[in-house]
Write a protein that binds this ligand. Sequence first.
Ligand SMILES: CCCCCCC/C=C/C(=O)SCCNC(=O)CCNC(=O)[C@H](O)C(C)(C)COP(=O)(O)OP(=O)(O)OC[C@H]1O[C@@H](n2cnc3c(N)ncnc32)[C@H](O)[C@@H]1OP(=O)(O)O
Ligand SMILES: Cc1cc2nc3c(=O)[nH]c(=O)nc-3n(C[C@H](O)[C@H](O)[C@H](O)COP(=O)(O)OP(=O)(O)OC[C@H]3O[C@@H](n4cnc5c(N)ncnc54)[C@H](O)[C@@H]3O)c2cc1C
Length: 647
Amino acid sequence: MGLVDQLVNQPHYTLVNQPRENDILSHKELFDSIPEEYLSHKEKYENAIRKTVLYYRLMQKYQNYKEGSTILDETRANYRNLVSFAVFKDYPPLMLHNGMFIPAIAGQGTPEQQKHWLKRAKNMEILGTYAQTELGHGTFIRGLETTAEYDPSTEEFVLHSPTLTSYKWWPGGLGHTVNYCVVMAQLYIRGRHHGMQPFLVQLRDEATHMPLPGVKLGEIGAKLGLSTVNNGFLAFEHHRIPRDRMLMKNAQVLKDGTFVAGPSSKLAYGTMIYVRVIIVNGMANLMAKAATIAVRYSAVRRQSQIKPSEPECQILDYVTQQHKLLICIATSLAFSTCARWLWDVYTGVMGQMESGNMDHLPELHALACSLKVVSTMDVSGLVERCRLACGGHGFMHSSNLPYTYGLATAACTYEGENTVLLLQTARSLVKAWQKGSKGKPLSPTEAYLMDKSPVPKWENTLDGIIAGFRRVSAGKVQDCVSKIDKLVKMGTSYEDAWNQTSVRLVAASEAHSRAVILATFRSEVSRAAAALSPPLSRVLHQLVHLYCVYWALERLGDLLLYTSIAERDVQELQQQYEDLLQKIRPNAVGLVDAFDLRDEILNSTLGAYDGRVYERLMEEALKSPLNAEPVNQSFHQYLKPFMHGKL
Ligand SMILES: CCCCCCC/C=C/C(=O)SCCNC(=O)CCNC(=O)[C@H](O)C(C)(C)COP(=O)(O)OP(=O)(O)OC[C@H]1O[C@@H](n2cnc3c(N)ncnc32)[C@H](O)[C@@H]1OP(=O)(O)O
Ligand SMILES: Cc1cc2nc3c(=O)[nH]c(=O)nc-3n(C[C@H](O)[C@H](O)[C@H](O)COP(=O)(O)OP(=O)(O)OC[C@H]3O[C@@H](n4cnc5c(N)ncnc54)[C@H](O)[C@@H]3O)c2cc1C
């Protein structure tokens, strides 16, 4: 739930760290007596599985899973995500089971296939993942090599991994956890290629968990983060599956091998849109977590003096610290607000597609790409900023900021590498520009591209800033189109012209994303604030104002290029920004408390509600196995002989 909703609805499901007797987090066996940092790679995984089983049993007890409800699932997923932070510092081994395996069946399966497989998957009778990426390809889906050859004589598909680079590589849970998988493979029938299709494949025996014949499985090894997700590899050796294991909601293969194409070949990519939409909310949660840790720590930590005659001050009183952290609060609110808006857009387009109307899919794809990129890029950068703002203690795993950074930065790559997705949005913007230039109507979020009115006098207002970002985006898109046209007229192929313009295309795409986010954040908060008390409404509007002015100052170069902003406007903006920091400072701790993240979810020595930072740091330090004895055995084995010249 976004901050606005929390503030409005005050869902005291955890009245600031008051655990309820029947709350899932009151089950202490969910938590580690020995911090995960001191477990081996294998022990971490085994411990994560132990906690996963306990966690899901408790979730099923408290969450009474209902078939079919979507937004409720997302809310539960949100709660699950938040609670799972408590149980797992990293994502759990079954992250993909909920995050992609179930959604892939729901989005790609026929009603019969959904009925059969979703029931088993949601009851955790089977565990699955989503295997698309291969050792040799992740971005270029059309280059994926795993094949599914239909054999009409046996009404089976033969799955095969022809090369080492065709091995599926990365899917979460694939190594040792799941026994089923949605595999994306190139479909061939009688030698003819029918594109990438989804197949539901059993990988392991349900009783023994042994890999089935013709299936090779393993995990891919240690990573920067997500150490308990069990990312794995998978290869097929002419592995046969029944015809009804191709998920056939969109395209079908009849018994005789007739291929029936779906309304669009891109529908097979639908799971990726869904996950990109979900990721935006996930980033808002991670930002809320990091902001809570860093702001609370900054209220506890006293360091140096502002005036020599005064005692050491809270580091949150340094304006530089406010500059580092208050934007983090606003960013979490911005992305949770945009996530709810994007989810409504997503469910609307999915509803239209159910009745055969595909018109808005391209706009949804462009929005999902751009918001996934900007939310992951901004949040991973700002989580790292939160870590740095906590000095040395931010570098401790016990602060939970390094883990949180690992979770955020992974999302810059998975579900579509960020540069590649910005280029997808750029493709949509260039097409919109070309369409609009012929007088054709544009989608609501791209219509501003055709604003041909003279550049207005700059105004240091929210309207002025949002209009300025739209001018920047439209100007960048126009520059890209002009450069591509110029290169093509000089004889360059369109593809080469596109590549030579791609740095500008990525910048135009980001500018568009920021224009969408600023406008959405502002309008959604204004709408919600109408129901709030004046003080609450005021502080939320201050956060929106801070967010808009922050990004105007961050993108001054672009504004100077494409708007009429002048030096005095910039000076005034800077002053506005500093005034806002001063206004928000008194509410900073209250605002992160309003994220209402319990200590078990924060998992942080620095962010705990009671502020006992130093005691908690020492408590965690003493848990180090090295502190079990005053002299480690290595002294006698190595150091002592070495220091005495005997080694
Ligand atoms: C709780 C959540 C937990 C989440 C955990 C997540 C763990 C991670 C999982 C994964 O990473 S799963 C694997 C994810 N992999 C990717 O995202 C691959 C990224 N690559 C692509 O999406 C595509 O390759 C591409 C970059 C979009 C390019 O594809 P391609 O070269 O085939 O297409 P284009 O020629 O560029 O475009 C063709 C046409 O299709 C449209 N389109 C492309 N993708 C989609 C889509 N997903 N949905 C709808 N439409 C799509 C594109 O806009 C073009 O349309 P036109 O312009 O031709 O009309
Ligand atoms: C933590 C994690 C979990 C994952 N989980 C899963 C999973 O569960 N299931 C699954 O199927 N996959 C999963 N993946 C894989 C993920 O989807 C891919 O890593 C991602 O799609 C990027 O593809 P790639 O790794 O091949 O990178 P590449 O595409 O090779 O990117 C490398 C560089 O090439 C650039 N590049 C590539 N193509 C272009 C282009 N057309 N134009 C410009 N630049 C380009 C990129 O911008 C990047 O800088 C996971 C990855 C990670 C990191």
